[in-house]
Design a protein around this ligand. Structure first.
Ligand code: 4AD
Ligand code: MG
Length: 450
């Protein structure tokens, strides 16, 4: 039975016989024995293995170079070395797979761009191993957060005929390419979903509190460090809830994930603090312990104008806030996380609840320093006539979206929800600067390797 390196390093006592396997990080040889650091990705650290010359398999030791895969049987003993508690004294070693000299991860200090080009190998580096362990851990924390609050997890479809955000940035799904939609697989045009919200609302209007967590797709041609064509979104939807309750949940949700990231990662967080962002721990602790500022869109625009700062995209009431504005607001104005609410109706999707002023809707965005928008949500328009009018104004087919309108026809309720970009959350928690570095295989315009 193989034991993980993490388990061995955390062992409470010495063990007579252990078996482990992993990839060689470094090796030093002397005449009588070799020191090998073996890492299996179960944690950041590797374990030191001492291979005496002459034990079974030791004749292959010269081929156990950086990147090679090795199986070891031996004894777990206390380590005399500094900075580690346990090491393995091998009684038997086996080279599973050697590495030719062109192994790309020989040396340290590769650029993120180069590592992206070898996305199939980069999880073997310390930084990317830590990133993807953190991704897994936070995905689990997402489910814990909602489970603890009695939210039901709903699997909304990935193939859909609705355009939730109404922006027309959808990938079409087809089995006959150039054919007519009526003759295509589903008998109509279908797409990869941009959001599970609309289908999620149907379940909130039955099970009250629900969430979805799955892949979403956007065919927008944004080549930025924060946009991906395929990304994961967490979308809770709550019946009997208004904008206020929605903002409360969004802020608690981010705090929960940040706390989890801070508490539970043996060494992983330190590597981000060391190589990516020196102030990381302080920033995360500040968010976990502190509050979020809130500001209406109108106030935000006033603050931006009053700052006198020259932005690339000029500020006036009615504009869609750009990332330079969002970042200025949280990095310079409030110096922390900020929730902006009540945006102009003209720049938001059809489903948001209209405010009485006739100009704004109950939209909200949560912005954080360094990343900008991390969450977008709203209270939904639950009044039949107003929703119908909004759909008509957005030229949505009342036939295709009849089921959505039905929710307002049969026992309508006030309800609200939001979408949190999982990769953006990860960027915030790890300090990683590019969305391509927190998703295993990034899909961006012009790039679908692996
Ligand atoms: O603001 P968005 O577009 O909102 C919606 O899709 C709503 N239907 C959500 C809801 O209310 N249920 O997207 C939500 C979040 C954004 O705040 C951002 O974090 C992330 O999804 N996001 C992206 N992340 C990576 N790449 C992209 N291209 C993204 N577009 C949105
Ligand atoms: Mg948004």
């Amino acid at each position: 039975m193989r034991t993980s390196v993490k388990n061995l390093l955390n062992s409470a006592s010495a063990r007579d016989s252990v078996e482990l396997a992993g990839w060689v990080r470094t090796r030093r040889d002397s005449k009588e024995f070799s020191f090998m650091e073996l890492n299996d990705g179960s944690c950041l650290k590797g374990i030191q293995v001492i291979i005496d010359a002459g034990i079974p398999g030791s004749q292959e030791v010269s081929r156990m170079s950086t990147g090679a895969s090795v199986r070891v049987v031996g004894e777990l003993v206390e380590s005399p070395g500094k900075g580690q508690s346990w090491e393995v004294r091998a009684t038997e070693v086996e080279l599973l797979g050697g590495v030719p000299e062109d192994f790309p991860l020989q040396k340290k200090g590769h650029t993120p761009e180069f590592l992206r080009s070898i996305s199939h190998l980069r999880p073997r580096t310390n930084l990317y191993g830590a990133t993807f362990r953190m991704r897994s851990r936070l995905a689990y924390a997402v489910h814990r957060f909602f489970n603890e609050r009695d939210f039901t997890y709903v699997h909304t479809p990935i193939i859909t005929a609705s355009d939730c955000e109404g922006a027309g940035e959808m990938f079409q799904v087809t089995s006959n390419g150039a054919g007519k939609p009526e003759e295509d697989f589903f008998g109509k045009k279908s797409y990869l979903t941009v959001s599970g919200q609309l289908e999620g609302e149907t379940f909130a209007c039955a099970l009250s509190n629900i969430y979805t967590f799955g892949p979403t797709f956007r065919a927008e041609n944004s080549n930025t460090s924060r946009h991906a064509s395929e990304f994961w979104m967490i979308e809770p939807e709550m019946a009997f809830c208004n904008l206020e309750g929605d903002m409360d949940l969004a802020e608690k949700f981010i705090q929960f994930l940040v706390k989890d990231g801070l508490e539970n990662n043996e060494g992983d967080l330190d590597i981000f603090a060391k190589f990516v962002d020196k102030g990381l721990r302080q920033r995360l602790e500040g968010l976990a312990g502190g509050g979020f500022e809130r500001m209406s869109y109108t106030e935000a625009v006033e603050k931006l104008i009053a700052s006198g700062k020259k932005f690339d995209f000029p500020v006036e009431w009615g504009i869609n806030l750009q990332s330079e504005h969002e970042r200025y607001l949280c990095e310079e104005v409030v110096k922390g996380p900020l929730t902006v609410y009540n945006y102009p109706k003209s720049i938001k999707p059809f489903y948001m609840r209209a405010n009485d002023d006739g100009k704004t809707v109950t939209a909200m965005d949560v912005l954080v320093p360094g990343v900008g928008e991390i969450i977008g949500g709203s209270q939904r328009e639950e009044r039949y006539d107003l929703l119908k009018a909004a759909m008509e104004a957005h030229e949505l087919s009342l036939e295709n979206y009849g089921w959505y309108l039905d929710l307002r026809k049969y026992g309508t309720v006030p309800h609200a929800g939001f979408g949190a970009g999982f990769e953006r959350l990860l960027m915030y928690v790890t300090g990683m600067q590019n969305i391509r570095d927190v998703i295993p295989f990034a899909r961006t315009p012009g790039n679908c390797e692996f």
